[in-house]
Design a protein around this ligand. Structure first.
Ligand code: PBE
Length: 270
């Protein structure tokens, strides 16, 4: 109902994701920074699956909804949604996905490190795997299919990487759709070169801790500088920032495009 105020329509509730997500911390900060907390707005903790299913229902019924959103993710392909402007930059200006490694990994496994230092792609390429996995394709299979389709890119990633002869590599990740895609792909690339790669899904904090303590070798799931900035500061000097593997990630609040009057986080107040 466009004539009714937004807040009461959705019980002043932003539909969030899991409590451990970096973005939830930023969303809490946004509530304070934009004076929404004092207007009774609240952030509801749920999960990615619950959030996208609530979003699906709202869109089917053409109802109002405010979510914590991020890109790359298939939600932007599947649903007509838009990020709300964030003039106070609470969610940060630019966000990239970084590959991080334990200190000493380069020395103990220079070949695998070389591959990691050469791996980078873009949102469109990542979406190819992400959408397949969302359609129910097994992530390992989707990664292998991607490699078949893009032999030149694979050759560039593997260029000069020596054979691993069964050397073990342990990657940790957080099971967000984006990192399911990238981690499975990097595992397949390493395995193709003869490395013996295991991948382990963890929550964000343990994922960072696994690299900092050396329990795992590397991860392609670091969202920086804002979303995981807390962990990067906490573990400063205890990990190697190998490279940016994907540019132009973004986090923020989003609404369906049919909510024409809501374009900035500031508009939630009115
Ligand atoms: N997310 C969005 C991660 C990174 C950005 C859910 C994929 C997080 O919030 O920690």
């Amino acid at each position: 109902n466009p004539h009714k105020k937004l807040g009461p329509q959705i019980n002043y509730t932003i539909t969030g994701i899991d409590a451990g997500a970096g973005e939830m911390g930023a969303a809490q900060k946004a509530l304070t920074a934009y004076g929404l907390k004092s207007k009774n707005w609240q952030l509801q903790t749920s999960s990615t699956a619950a959030m996208t299913s609530t979003l699906d229902k709202a869109i089917k019924n053409h109802q109002a909804i405010v979510i914590t959103a991020w890109e790359p993710h298939w939600m932007f392909t599947k649903y007509p949604i838009k990020f709300l402007k964030d003039p106070k930059n609470v969610f940060g200006k630019t966000e990239n996905l970084h590959t991080i490694a334990r200190t000493g990994f380069k020395q103990s496994n220079p070949g695998a490190y070389k591959l990691l230092s050469q791996f980078h792609w873009d949102k469109t390429q990542m979406s190819e795997i992400m959408l397949k996995v969302n359609d129910g394709v097994d992530p390992a299979k989707a990664a292998k299919n991607y490699m078949k389709k893009h032999p030149k890119q694979v050759a560039a990633w593997l260029k000069g990487v020596p054979n691993g002869h069964g050397k073990k590599v342990k990657l940790t990740y957080v099971a967000w759709d984006s990192e399911i895609a990238s981690t499975n792909l990097v595992k397949q690339l390493l395995d193709k070169k003869g490395y013996d790669t295991t991948i382990q899904p963890l929550e964000a904090q343990p994922m960072w801790a696994s690299i900092a303590t050396g329990a795992a070798d590397a991860s392609v799931s670091a969202w920086l500088p804002t979303t995981h900035g807390l962990y990067a500061r906490q573990y400063k000097g205890e990990f190697v920032d190998v490279r940016v593997n994907l540019k132009g990630a973004k986090t923020g609040l989003a609404v369906p495009k049919y909510m024409k009057n809501i374009n900035s986080i500031e508009d939630l107040k009115s």
